[in-house]
Write a protein that binds this ligand. Structure first.
Ligand code: FRU
Length: 466
C-alpha cells in the first residue's frame, strides 16, 4: 500500500488489512472486478475518526487481492439526493461499464426521530467506465415512492441479474419494527418497479435488516444480511448488531426467498458487520466485511481514535456452500505474504519465547481437544470440548469474551495483523474476528493441547524477505 498515504506510522496501523490512514471507515461497498482489476470501495468519513458525519465512498484497487493501492475518494455526498451521506451500495458490470447503486441519505431540518419521520433514503444509480470517475449519477428510486408500512429506514441496494431481469434487494425496517428485505425489478437498470417483500422477518429476528447480499452457488440461493437488535444468549448474537445468512431457494415466479436452513451467524468475534460479496472473474464468491460494529461505546472504544483513524475491513474471504453451511476461507493468494516458516510436528505444547510476532499466520492441525492458545499480549483462545472461548485482557480495550458452541475442532488458521485477529475454525466452518491493541513489543504465541498437533507459523509481510 502507498506509504505516502500513511503519514502517522504507529504500532496499530494495519499492514495487510484495508484501512485509510485518516478518518472513519465502515461498510465495504461496490466490490467488483473490472478489466482484471479488483475495486473495493467503503463507507468513509475522511475528516474525523468517529462516525456520525455524512459518509463518502473511499476506494482501493488491486491486481491480485493482496497488494492494494488507496485511490482518490470515489464519491462525495454533494447532491440534494444524498446530502447527508452516500450510504452503502453494490456494483455490477453490464456492457463494459460498472453500474453502482447506493443509498442517498437525506435528513430534514426540524424535530424528528429520523426513523418514523425526517429521513429519505433514495436509491441512486451511477456508472463509470474505469472505476475511478463517475460518468453519470441520478436518483432512480425516490424515497417518497417506497411502499406503505415501512419506516424511513430502507437502504443498501444489492443489484444482480437473473436471466433477463435485474433485481434489487433493499434492507428495511417495518413500522412494527420488524426487519425485511424488499425486492425491486428492472429491465434497463434505470426504471425500477416494486415487486414485494422478498423475505419478512418475525419477532425476535431484529428490528432492522441492513446490507442484504445475495448469490447462487451449488444449487443453493444464499441470502446474507445484518440484523440489528436480535436478543443474544451466552453463545449466540453476542453483538447487538450481527450478520448472518440463510441457505434457501428463490421462487422467481413469486419473487420471494424460501429459507432451507435456520439463520446462521457469519462470525462469532467482536468485530464483524455489514459484509458484502461479489463474484470475481474466476467465479469465486468473495466477501469483505467491516471489521467493526456500530454503536459499541461505552462497552469498548478503539484507541486508534487518538491517532486520527478508526476501523478497517476484514481480509477478503472466499465463500463456499458445503453441507448446509457457508464456509469462509482465506484466499490462497495470501500465501504470497508468508515468510520464515517455523514448523512443529506432533507437539502438545509451545512455550513462551518460541514463536513471536505481531503480523503472522498460524496453522494448527490435529485433534484440538481441550486447548489453551495465547496470542499477542493477552488474548486467549480456549476450548473445553464444547465451547470455544475468545478472551481478551487489557489489549482488547473493553472487549472481554465471545463464545462459539462447536462439537469438534481439528483445524485453526489464524491471521494476525498489528491490531486484529481473524480466526478460521475447521476450514472456515466458523470464524471469529476481533480488533486488539497490544502495547508490548514481545508477543509470544503459546499453546497447550491434550493431544499432539502439527503447528505451522509464518510471518506475513509485503516487503521482500531479507
Ligand atoms: C451499516 C450501515 C448501512 C448504511 C451505512 C451508513 O453499517 O448502517 O445500513 O448504508 O452503514 O454508513
Amino acid at each position: 500500500m502507498g506509504q505516502e498515504l500513511r503519514p502517522n506510522d504507529h504500532p496499530w496501523l494495519q499492514h495487510y488489512h484495508l484501512m485509510p490512514a485518516k478518518g472513519w471507515l465502515n461498510d465495504p461497498n461496490g466490490a467488483v472486478q473490472f478489466n482484471g482489476i479488483y475495486h473495493i470501495y467503503h463507507q468513509y468519513i475522511p475528516g474525523q475518526a468517529r462516525g456520525g458525519a455524512p459518509s463518502h465512498w473511499g476506494h482501493f484497487t488491486s491486481p491480485d487481492l493482496v497488494t492494494f493501492t488507496q485511490q482518490e475518494n470515489f464519491l462525495a455526498p454533494d447532491q440534494p439526493f444524498d446530502k447527508d451521506g452516500a450510504y452503502s451500495g453494490s456494483a455490477l458490470v453490464v456492457d463494459g461499464r460498472i453500474h453502482y447503486f447506493y443509498t442517498g441519505n437525506v435528513r430534514d431540518e426540524g424535530y424528528h426521530d429520523y426513523t418514523f419521520s425526517g429521513r429519505q433514503q433514495n436509491v441512486i444509480h451511477m456508472t463509470s467506465k474505469d472505476g475511478h470517475h463517475i460518468e453519470k449519477r441520478q436518483m432512480v428510486i425516490d424515497a417518497k415512492g417506497f411502499p406503505q408500512g415501512y419506516t424511513n429506514h430502507i437502504r443498501d441496494p444489492k443489484v444482480f441479474q437473473v436471466a433477463d431481469h435485474f433485481y434489487m434487494l433493499l434492507g428495511a425496517r417495518s413500522i412494527d419494527n420488524l426487519g425485511s428485505i424488499l425486492l425491486y425489478r428492472s429491465e434497463n437498470l434505470e426504471d425500477w418497479h416494486y415487486r414485494g417483500v422478498f423475505l419478512q422477518g418475525t419477532e425476535g429476528q431484529g428490528f432492522m435488516w441492513e446490507c442484504p447480499d445475495y448469490f447462487h452457488q451449488e444449487g443453493q440461493d444464499v441470502l446474507l444480511f445484518s440484523p440489528q437488535g436480535v436478543l443474544g444468549t451466552l453463545d449466540t448474537y453476542q453483538n447487538q448488531y450481527s450478520s448472518g445468512y440463510y441457505l434457501g431457494h428463490v421462487d422467481w415466479k413469486k419473487e420471494t426467498f424460501l429459507p432451507d436452513t435456520p439463520f446462521q451467524e457469519l462470525d462469532y468475534g467482536f468485530d464483524f458487520y455489514a459484509p458484502q460479496s461479489f463474484t470475481d472473474d474466476a467465479g469465486r464468491q468473495i466477501l469483505w466485511a467491516w471489521m467493526g460494529v456500530p454503536d459499541h461505546e461505552p462497552d469498548y472504544v478503539n484507541p486508534t481514535v487518538a491517532y486520527g483513524w478508526q476501523h478497517c475491513l476484514t481480509m477478503p474471504r472466499q465463500l463456499l456452500v458445503r453441507k448446509g453451511h457457508l464456509y469462509q476461507q482465506p484466499l490462497e493468494e495470501y500465501q504470497k505474504l508468508r515468510q520464515g516458516h517455523q514448523k512443529f510436528h506432533g507437539v502438545k505444547e509451545i512455550s513462551e519465547g518460541v514463536l513471536e510476532g505481531e503480523i503472522f499466520e498460524l496453522l494448527i492441525q490435529g485433534d484440538l481437544d481441550t486447548f489453551d492458545l495465547k496470542l499477542r499480549q493477552d488474548t486467549h483462545v480456549t476450548y473445553d470440548g464444547q465451547r470455544l472461548c475468545l478472551s481478551h485482557g487489557p489489549s482488547g480495550y473493553g472487549r472481554r469474551r465471545r463464545y462459539l458452541r462447536v462439537d469438534l475442532v481439528n483445524r485453526l488458521q489464524i491471521f494476525s495483523d498489528r491490531s486484529s485477529l481473524e480466526i478460521f475454525v475447521n476450514f472456515g466452518q466458523y470464524t471469529l474476528s476481533t480488533r486488539v491493541y497490544p502495547n508490548v513489543s514481545k508477543q509470544s504465541v503459546t499453546l497447550t493441547n491434550k493431544h499432539a498437533v502439527d503447528v505451522d507459523f509464518w510471518h506475513l509481510s509485503h516487503d521482500k524477505e531479507k
